[in-house]
Design a protein around this ligand. Structure first.
Ligand SMILES: Cc1cc2nc3c(=O)[nH]c(=O)nc-3n(C[C@H](O)[C@H](O)[C@H](O)COP(=O)(O)OP(=O)(O)OC[C@H]3O[C@@H](n4cnc5c(N)ncnc54)[C@H](O)[C@@H]3O)c2cc1C
Length: 381
């Protein structure tokens, strides 16, 4: 007999763990299936938190290098710039301590809210069924909801094969134990420019290769202009309108073929090529289509036997006092959110703000599918 829960969450990233905690607080028996050894997903393990820790270290290095300007006295420092270097072992030890503290914090919240953490990889089997086929293998059944919060993973472009040695992603870059002499970064979105700052401040020569005409192309023009100025000042080389047509890793280096904005072709050599060209949804292991979901672009549900179309996800209809038709529903969380037409005509920054608001509000939303059940009140209220 499969173990039964009211709510099953697949994935313990920011989307999944917040939803699970909220479900448990509302009195629902909840379990989370997570394939990593720790809770927290991309943000805690390889994303927001570790990158901010590295930025903090890079900033600390800058302060010590420019101690006098910052008003910091170093006894043996002499008069000019202090002779300092960065100890990457210590950097990673501190970063890992921060990450561990936060993942343990999520673990504590799971225990406190009586959420079962099932360690393994899950796939959908249809009709509320979930099969954990790796790790703690078992069958699970959702009486009410399955929340799919499997997140995203870095993706490359044709001609650039990620080998995780010389041609790397942000997941690899976060664990690099050396400060590379030279790094090329393909893509200047949030991830690309964040690593450009980190590497440059640690002392690497950094070259950004961006296909579109400006840095951070999804931000407002003014942001791109300011960032380009700041990067120039820091000594980061940026090529915009530059198309990477191929990359070949050799022992200890990578050769990158680029067509620059003026049409000329160049080969750039670097110790590493960091591919930061966007992310793809993690849905291949899910058996979503096998479970009856008609998927679009790997994450959007077009229509299905077991779920309602996204249109039904308006904030009002999601409230517990609006009972829905009887079925086990599947909610996709954390994946890119469709932007409503009214927001699509707004400026890029307003559009992003709307999208962010929608994601945040979705995190706190639960859908109730059985009209015969009374709405669930938060425990203790
Ligand atoms: C380098 C970097 C820096 C970032 N910095 C910021 C920042 O400063 N601020 C910010 O707001 N955002 C930042 N982000 C984005 C942020 O990390 C993501 O938006 C967030 O992690 C998405 O959460 P999620 O729960 O949707 O997915 P994820 O965090 O990716 O979680 C998905 C989880 O599902 C698990 N999983 C997948 N498939 C299965 C399966 N079949 N069975 C069981 N488990 C499964 C995965 O192991 C993973 O733990 C950054 C991202 C990166 C890469």
């Amino acid at each position: 007999m499969p173990q039964e829960y009211d709510v099953l969450v697949i994935g313990a990233g920011t989307g999944g763990y917040v939803a699970a905690i909220r479900a448990a607080q509302l009195g629902l028996r909840t379990a989370v299936v997570e394939k990593q050894k720790a809770l927290g997903g991309t943000c805690l393990l390889w994303g927001c938190i570790p990158t901010k820790a590295l930025l903090e270290h890079a900033h600390a290095l800058k302060v010590v290098q420019q101690a006098r300007e910052w008003g910091v006295s170093i006894a043996s420092g002499g008069s000019g710039a202090a002779a300092v270097s960065i100890d990457m072992t210590q950097v990673h030890a501190r970063k890992d301590r921060i990450v561990n503290g936060l993942t343990k914090g999520v673990e504590f919240l799971f225990k406190k809210n009586k959420i079962d953490w099932i360690k393994g990889t899950a796939r959908l089997t249809g009709n509320g069924g979930v099969d954990v086929f790796e790790g703690d293998k078992q069958g699970l059944k959702a009486r009410r909801e399955i929340i799919v919060a499997t997140g995203s993973t870095p993706r490359s472009v044709p001609g650039v094969a990620i080998d995780h040695e010389r041609i790397i992603t942000s997941d690899d870059a976060i664990h690099l134990r050396e400060v590379p002499k030279t790094v090329a970064i393909m893509g200047s979105g949030a991830v690309g420019v964040e690593f450009a700052s980190i590497f440059r401040r640690f002392g690497s020569d950094v070259t950004i290769l961006e296909l579109l005409p400006r840095l951070v192309p999804v931000e407002d023009d003014a942001v791109s202009i300011e960032l380009a100025k700041s990067f120039r000042k820091q000594g980061i080389t940026s090529h915009t309108g530059a198309k990477v047509t191929g990359a070949t890793a050799t022992a200890g280096a990578v050769a990158i073929d680029v067509q620059l904005a003026d049409g000329t072709r160049q080969q750039i050599r670097a110790d590493y090529l960091l591919v930061a060209t966007g992310r793809a949804p993690v849905t291949t292991e899910l058996n979503a289509e096998g479970a009856g979901l008609d998927m679009e672009k790997g994450y959007r549900i077009r229509s299905s036997r077991t779920s309602r179309p996204r249109k039904a996800l308006s904030p009002r209809s999601a409230l517990p006092d609006r009972p829905r038709a009887r079925s086990t529903t599947i909610t996709f969380r954390g994946a890119p959110t469709a932007i409503p037409r009214s927001a699509a005509s707004a400026s890029p920054s307003r559009r992003r703000a709307r999208a962010v608001t929608m994601c945040v509000s979705e995190r706190f939303r639960l859908r109730f599918s059985d009209e015969r059940r009374s709405p669930v009140k938060p425990t203790g209220s």
